[in-house]
Write a protein that binds this ligand. Structure first.
Ligand SMILES: O=C(O)C(=O)C[C@]1(C(=O)O)C=C[C@@H](O)C=C1
Length: 376
């Protein structure tokens, strides 16, 4: 089901949007000189739509630099006055919201740790009532789309219609090449639930590594995200925070130049015809897939009846393993990845188990209903 959000398109709240829509600036405002000089260099690239800088920094461990605080608002004012760039800061409390608005900050964003906490989001939402300011909402640190949606709804319910989501990746205990796992599926899911909600990608926090920012940026644009927020510092080697993921304004300009901008629709009649011909073939194959899966489920149900009548267990690990291994090697021969074949068949297998469970014991209907509610 689609989300019921009242949202204005990005173009209505940011005039003269660069392509791609780009928010850039240092992870943290450190000194007035660093911020203002970075802002000038960013402005001169001609590629930046708005200037970001963290002044209140939520740090995981105590004792680290926690942001320069309210004085940074004065520096942002100066940077804006000199460059004309609208400014953006992270807010995490009602006091931050009030101070940022009083200082004329143009765009506010809610950080990943705040999004994970509904009390914090509600406090921010309450402080935003009656205010007309764009707000960007980062995904929560944990891969929970409901928290992300909940935060977006709370801010929207406060009357904020200039809204966008920021995809900054998710914490993971597993070792990874990324600082935060992109888990693109979650952002894609959000996009399908709220097609009009702009999503801005934050490749700096996803990668934690400036060498991978271009790759993630391109992928985000190819997934039809509406913009990028990238950390840029006049001299990343001496940055007080996130030194490894910041790029100089010059490197940022080169990175943006290398990106290929694609559109959801496009091309002449020949291009469109070719696309619809290929899509027609996909539709036919999908019909066959669904037919075949339905047929397979009917057979699984027959097996279920047979198992019930002969007191045989539903789960058959050896048989299942045999099916899986055979399918994986067949899939490989047809250029399907092991991961894909396994994921796909696991879904089929669990549906087959669900159906056999229902056949095996009618009393389980109530139990299955409970399981459904648990997983909803
Ligand atoms: O072979 C069986 O016993 C089945 O019920 C079929 C099936 C399947 O859907 O592939 C389902 C459950 C078992 O764990 C193994 C395989």
């Amino acid at each position: 089901m689609k989300l019921n959000l009242n949202i204005q398109p990005l173009s209505s709240w940011i005039t003269a949007v660069n392509e791609p829509f780009l928010i850039a600036g240092p992870c943290s405002a450190e000194t007035e000189e660093q911020l203002v000089a970075t802002a000038h260099l960013l402005k001169n690239t001609g590629k930046v739509t708005a200037l970001r800088a963290g002044i209140w920094k939520p740090r995981t461990r105590p004792g680290e630099f926690e942001g320069i605080g309210s004085i940074g608002l004065e520096w942002l004012k100066r940077a804006k006055a000199e460059t004309g760039l609208p400014t953006a800061v992270e807010v995490a409390t009602a006091k931050h919201v009030e101070e940022a608005l009083a200082a004329g900050v143009d765009i506010l964003w809610v950080g990943a740790r705040s999004t994970a906490n509904p009390f914090t989001v509600q406090e921010i939402a309450d402080a935003l009532k009656g205010v007309d300011v764009p707000v960007l909402i980062k995904n929560p640190v944990n891969p929970d789309i409901s928290l992300w949606i909940g935060a977006i709804e709370r801010i929207n319910n406060a009357g904020i219609t200039k809204l966008a989501a920021i995809h900054r990746g998710f914490s993971s205990y597993e070792k990874s090449a990324f600082r935060n796992e992109p888990m693109w599926d979650i952002a894609i899911h959000l996009k399908t639930l709220a097609p009009h909600l702009p999503i801005i990608c934050d490749p700096s926090h996803i990668t934690g590594n400036r060498d991978l920012i271009g790759y993630i940026s391109q992928k985000a644009l190819d997934l039809d995200m509406q913009g990028l927020i990238i950390e840029s510092h006049i001299d990343p080697s001496v940055a007080w925070t996130d030194a490894k993921q910041q790029v100089t304004p010059a490197a940022l300009a080169e990175l943006i130049d290398r990106l290929i901008l694609r559109k959801p629709e496009g091309g002449d009649a020949v291009v469109k015809d070719k696309l619809s011909e290929l899509r027609g073939t996909i539709d036919k194959i999908d019909d066959l897939l669904i037919q075949k899966i339905a047929e397979r489920m009917k057979i699984a149900e027959q097996i279920g009846i047979h198992k019930r009548d002969n007191d045989i267990t539903i789960l058959q690990v050896n048989r299942w393993d045999e099916i899986l291994q055979k399918a994986i090697s067949y899939g490989k021969a047809l250029q399907l990845s092991e991961e894909f074949t396994e994921k796909f068949l696991e879904l089929v297998h669990s549906e087959s188990i669900r159906r056999q469970t229902a056949i095996m014991n009618k009393d389980l209907a109530a139990g299955q209903q409970a399981e459904k509610l648990t997983h909803a």
